[in-house]
Design a protein. Sequence first.
Length: 371
Amino acid sequence: ELTMEEGEGGERTASAALPSRKRKRAKEEKAKKQKGSRKGKERRQSNGGGGGGEEEEYTPSTAPPTSAIPPGFRKLPSAIKNKEKRSEVYKRQKTEKNRMQKERRKQRQKEREELGDKAPPKLEPRTIESTREYDPTVVFADDEEIFQEEMLDEFASHFNCEREPKILITTSVNPTHATTNFMDELVTVFPNATFRPRQHFAVKRIIQFAKNREFTDLLVFNEDCKKLNGVLFIHLPSGPTALFKFSSLVPGHKISNHARVTSHKPELILNNFNTRLGHTVGRLFAAVFPQAPQFHGRRVVTLHNQRDFIFFRHHRYIFEPKDGDAEETDPKKVDPKDMKARLQEIGPRFTLKLRWLQKGLFAPEHGDYEW
């Protein structure tokens, strides 16, 4: 429907006519908005004028639940429109919350000391690991079936001390200078490890080369866009083979106050490799470290499995007296009860994540994938 409207010059133009009900509703909404804006302006002027950052009392219709507002505060920071004021209120709330938590922690500690043995047990923090659902594939130490399998698996000769680990480490073709430096550092972590340049040989030819020279394990590090992104782990002579995603590399020289590595055989700590798959992966890593560590060297290699990420850390532990200067005091003359232990990181540190696990040697097209 078209209507004729007269313009400023007396000309009549055609325009679309709205239905009478819609026009009436639009006028009512416009009048309501104007009325609300006038009331808001009058209220701001009565409060002192222009205080856009001032906090206002909540009306019952818009106020959040009382339990959501921390004590001593009138409103939540998210309801404050002024950015600077909102940030200031949030910082005050956070400081107050931390102070209250610290007071409660001190109170619980004081009650625990007063009660002694009758004190209630400590509350476990709620974490991803503590709330994880039970996995039926978890392996227990007294599982006879697993014990029988381990006596006949691919790693039995290593755990029976029939042969020492001998590791061959290589990279992808044309590695970067940073990768080559990391290989030099990695050779010092694994006892009896050897680095050989990849050149242009295929992986299967490298496997045959390693088998002929009686290497027990082969590590092939891969690069993408001049950055390490994966490692192929092959146990010789008959497998298994695993591919890991490689990330978060921090070389030893970039770690603050790092220690120097020694030639002693390190201890190995494996954490949270509890499932059937984790048990196999843990034995794969254990096969590259000797079964008889030299404890006087105080070197420790830790592989910690959390949320299916494997964190690699390399430390040495130091014994020093609790009181006095550690450099001037002879540890042999101090009572062991007055000694304390601390860790000093050697490096490197990196993170691994399992991509697939294959039975036997490397065969990406026709291999038997266990996972």
